[in-house]
Design a protein around this ligand. Sequence first.
Ligand code: TMP
Length: 217
Amino acid sequence: MKKGMFITIEGGEGAGKSTLIERLAHTLQSKGHRVVTTREPGGIPIAEKIRAVILDPGHTEMDARTEALLYAAARRQHLAEKVIPALCDGNVVICDRFVDSSLAYQGHARGLGMKEIWAINAFAIGEMMPELTIYMDVSPEVGLARIARASEREVNRLDLERQSFHELVREGYLQLAAEYPDRIHQVNAEQEPEDVFQQVLTIVNRCLEGIQGERVQ
Ligand code: TMP
């Protein structure tokens, strides 16, 4: 049985997810929570290998459906091998990206359709949805300028997409945030990092207290 809490962090390129996740994990740990941080695609060796195949800048011939299926395959393995066991063990799992990424990138921006992407992901994830998703909203101009400045960051195949693709990714996320307001909390990621962090921490604490309250009853 699942005893922990599953939190996913979403956003376009350069939204500041990694820095936020690191800080959030430290803060929750300092309050006594056991925390596992991880990422998609990846987080375990098999899924990291799938990640390398998907994101190889040389793989320009990759078909959009192949790409969507590979993300779903990596997701399944990551859930089965890492996320579900960690949740059953009572951890707070903070995952950098999850199914909303596939819906926004492959479903909306690539034009495969959100319904179609839900269908292949339903097979991959079953009922395993996060209790809370933070969507870090940033315009592609600001996000892409940030990653252009971060010289140590890997350049992947999706970074090489035109700005119009990243605009569509954002549009997809905004649709999802409007459709699932109970689960997805939108944060303006163009604010100062400290303000973004405090806002996210308030949302996470509220959700943790809510879950603990429900489980005590
Ligand atoms: P990252 O740079 O945040 O680690 O993500 C890798 C890239 O993969 C990023 O451009 C978003 C993309 N992606 C998808 O297109 N679909 C997905 O389902 C996931 C998880 C990531």
